[in-house]
Write a protein that binds this ligand. Structure first.
Ligand code: ATP
Length: 463
């Protein structure tokens, strides 16, 4: 028996968790090494004293009440997180009983949960920043954007080259601006170059500059974008559109951090952080021999993919509201609302042009809307057309396409029957949206049978 007790002691001693045991009189009978380290105490000085002596006077009263509840069985266990010298510990209290149910004491286990706690804080603050749209002008509540925000936070302070990928209009330039704004280079403005918009014969002179007389018309010296971005960030948008000779020159800048102007042999040192973006598949372009492989690897040090809007539909309505406010203000209109039917149209469109398309759509609607609430008729034609032609799609979490085709009277039902029907339809759609299209769950939510839901859906699909 004695041997067994010694083994248990050794086990408890060697545990990475802090273990403290207080007997039925609240006296400490065991404190392991980890608990000593966590609390900065020596066990020998505390054994025999009450458990309250290892707590601050402020928490002693609370612990006393807690132990009483564990003793009388009104709670089965208790858990709380405490901070000790910048680290977080989760303290769990468990009552220990004898086989006949008598109270033997309380076991206190302390686990180091600092990493978990930090991640939770980080996640919470990111979510808050995202939810209130204050992450550098970003609006997003979608969890698929979390990795984007996390990467922005993680790479902003570095000097590494970043390659932002994603379809056109997803917000790549906004991402680049957020990285720059959060970097040590933010005192100088980021220099943006749209590589696709530069005529081929001007790419090199624009990027690297020219010396007087370098070509006909070069009447003075010209600093290129790289020189202009010295001590700052250069954003190479649509980098996949760079012609081959400019790709070779860009590679040289990345390797040597120097540029030479057209018509000059002199190397000029530049201290530039490079962020590039593309909506092209650069890897495929490399495979097709259209983009230099060595340049691709130099650019793709940290890759940051931005998801298309259709893959983060939760963002559609918050963004629509954001743009609505922005354009109402700009056009000096009283704040407009979004009609219910318009919300459904907005949610069911696929946005091949991503956020930019939504933004322009709302801008147009604000300009054209005759009333106080944007109706589907104010939206670009393709938004509504896609909806009318689309078949039922209950499977998509936020698609409310099926049967909810736009009718001009959606916003203002003319009769009581219409109103009842409309509001029933909205409730059903809402339930399907909430349950990700799962009919059984939707029926439960609506407190109707699955059969009734089926029948109502059939009717909706016929309208
Ligand atoms: N999360 C967002 N919140 C608010 N506005 C956004 C968001 N994402 C994009 N936008 C807006 O959408 C428009 C398009 O964004 P941006 O120009 O950054 O896209 P892009 O991916 O760089 O497009 P392209 O590939 O065509 O250059 C901009 O007006 C931008 O302000």
């Amino acid at each position: 028996m004695q041997q067994l007790t010694t083994i248990y002691r050794d086990i408890l001693e060697s545990m990475a968790e802090g273990i403290i045991f207080a007997d039925a009189d609240d006296r400490l009978t065991f404190i392991n090494q980890t608990a000593e380290e966590i609390r900065g105490i020596k066990a020998e000085n505390f054994i025999g004293r009450t458990i309250f002596s290892v707590h601050s006077p402020n928490s002693a009263k609370r612990i006393k009440e807690l132990l009483q509840k564990l003793r009388d069985g009104s709670i089965k266990q208790a858990r709380r997180v405490i901070e000790v010298k910048g680290r977080y510990f989760e303290n769990s209290y468990y009552p220990v009983s004898s086989p006949d149910g008598g109270y033997l004491g309380t076991l206190l286990i302390s686990r180091d949960v600092t990493e978990r706690q930090q991640l939770q804080h980080e996640n919470q603050s990111l979510k808050q920043r995202m939810a209130c749209g204050s992450f550098g002008g970003f609006v997003s509540i979608s969890s698929s954007m979390l990795p984007v925000f996390q990467t922005i936070g993680a790479v902003a302070g570095l000097e590494s080259t970043v390659l932002i990928t994603g379809e056109s209009g997803t917000g790549k330039e906004l991402v680049a601006a957020a990285i720059h704004r959060n970097s040590a280079r933010n005192e100088r403005a980021m220099v943006t170059v749209n590589c696709a918009a530069l005529p081929e014969h001007l790419v090199e002179s624009e990027l690297f500059g020219y010396q007087r007389g370098a070509f006909t018309g070069a009447v003075g010296n010209h600093r290129g974008k790289f020189e202009q971005a010295d001590k700052s960030t250069i954003f190479l948008d649509e980098v996949g559109d760079l012609p081959a000779n400019a790709q070779a020159k860009l590679l040289r800048v990345l390797q040597e951090r120097t540029v030479s102007r057209l018509g000059s042999e002199k190397d000029i040192r530049v201290d530039v952080r490079i962020i590039a973006a593309t909506n092209r598949n650069l890897q495929q372009m490399v495979a097709d021999g259209l983009f230099r492989e060595d340049l691709y690897y130099r650019l793709n040090v940290i890759s940051l993919p931005v998801p298309p809007l259709r893959e983060r539909r939760e963002d559609i309505l918050p963004m629509a509201e954001f743009f609505l406010k922005r354009f109402s203000e700009r056009m000096e209109r009283p704040q407009l609302g979004i009609c219910e039917a318009t919300r459904s149209v907005l949610l069911s469109y696929d946005y091949p042009g991503n956020v930019r398309e939504l933004e322009h759509g709302i801008e147009r609607a604000v300009a054209l809307c005759p009333g106080s609430c944007i109706s589907p008729a104010d939206l670009p034609e393709q938004f509504v057309a896609a909806r009318s032609s689309g078949g039922p799609d209950w499977q998509h979490p936020l698609s409310v396409r099926a049967g909810d085709q736009y009718r001009p009277d959606d916003a203002a039902p003319a009769t009581l029957a219409n109103a009842r029907e409309e509001s029933e339809r909205r409730l059903i759609l809402d339930a399907l949206v909430r349950t990700g299209g799962r009919k059984a769950e939707a029926a439960k939510l609506l407190n109707i049978s699955r059969k009734t839901l089926w029948e109502k859906l059939k009717l909706i699909n016929q309208t």
